[in-house]
Design a binder for this molecule. Structure first.
Ligand code: C2E
Ligand code: CA
Ligand code: CA
Ligand code: CA
Length: 279
């Protein structure tokens, strides 16, 4: 019994230790990733299904880890937030994507809008507004070409500060989208108080679409509300034709998802952009 429990403890300590040191490794790797240029941006198009044109492109971060291969944001963004590295990463993404946007504008293949995700922590920093404006100016990209995607949690946490920052950003023409709409702490009362341009219907609602049933759903409510507040609405995570058709019937015509395209590396998205300009 004694042995067992010691063995059990040793095993436990070892497991904890390795988890702990893995976390430490990842933390050190993450601190170096920016300077080592291990981050890359993938781009996923948003389509207007009435004319099949690209109306926007969302930037999605990838980390090409030297040993672990490609890592997705859900596996390192929370850590980046914890160790206070997120705002530097956000600025890197903003810089890389607006530089890219400028190149596309010069080549005559730019999408109308570029969407960039902000972390909940970004709006806590007082410098985010100035840094965003400066980045746009540095690359000569007008504010109305940028859409910032934020979540409701962020707004709910500090509505006064959020209002202040978002208003300043929108004075520069920058569009604000509410990401994962309907999943967080929704408060109808911020919708008309804040300068919001777009609601993104969360993937979980799209996944639950059951075309054979005709009952009203959360999505119906979101679409009606968006139109009532004069907001654009984008459905994300559209994977099937049935989902697309159902959304179209409900008057939602802007969509993003694997049915249309996965997030693509820059060369591949450029091919799509050229084709989109060509028709
Ligand atoms: P999100 O903003 O809700 O992005 C949508 C996620 O759904 C992306 O995952 C995308 O690749 C995936 N997706 C797109 N279409 C489909 C589909 O049809 N089916 C399915 N099953 N999935 C689809 P990804 O790229 O792994 O990003 C995950 C999350 O990480 C994002 O969720 C966003 O919150 C965050 N993120 C991504 N890039 C950045 C960034 O640059 N900065 C910050 N702060 N967060 C980021
Ligand atoms: Ca997003
Ligand atoms: Ca989303
Ligand atoms: Ca999400």
């Amino acid at each position: 019994v004694k042995n067992d429990s010691r063995g059990g403890y040793a095993f436990y300590a070892q497991a904890m230790g390795s988890e702990f040191s893995q976390h430490m490794d990842l933390e050190m790797d993450l601190r170096r990733a920016l300077s080592k240029e291990e981050f890359a941006v993938y781009y996923q198009p948003q389509f207007d299904t009435t004319n099949r044109r690209i109306v926007g492109i969302e930037a999605l971060l990838r980390w090409q880890h030297p040993e672990r291969g490609m890592l997705y944001p859900d596996s390192f963004i929370p850590l980046a937030e914890e160790i206070d590295l997120i705002s530097r990463i956000t600025l890197w993404v903003l810089d890389a994507t607006t530089a890219q946007m400028r190149q596309w504008m010069d080549a005559g293949i730019a999408p109308p809008r570029l969407a960039v995700n902000l972390s909940a922590l970004d709006l806590k920093h007082t410098t985010i507004v100035d840094e965003t404006i400066q980045t746009l100016q540095r690359h000569g990209v007008p504010g109305n070409r940028l859409e910032l995607e934020i979540t409701e949690t962020l707004i709910a946490q500090d509505i006064t500060r959020a209002t202040h920052h978002l208003t300043a950003l929108s004075h520069h023409g920058i569009n604000i989208a509410i990401d994962d709409f309907g999943t967080g702490y929704s408060s109808l009362n911020y919708l008309h108080r804040l300068p919001i341009h777009t609601l993104k219907i969360d993937r979980s609602f799209v996944r639950d679409i059951a075309p054979e049933r005709n009952e009203r759903s959360v999505i119906d409510a979101i679409i009606v509300m968006a139109h009532g507040f004069n907001l654009k609405v984008i459905a994300e995570g559209v994977e099937t034709e049935a989902q697309r058709d159902w959304l179209e019937q409900r008057n939602c015509h802007t969509m993003q998802g694997y049915l249309f395209s996965r997030p693509l590396p820059v060369q591949d998205i450029e091919e799509l952009l050229r084709a989109s300009q060509a028709d």
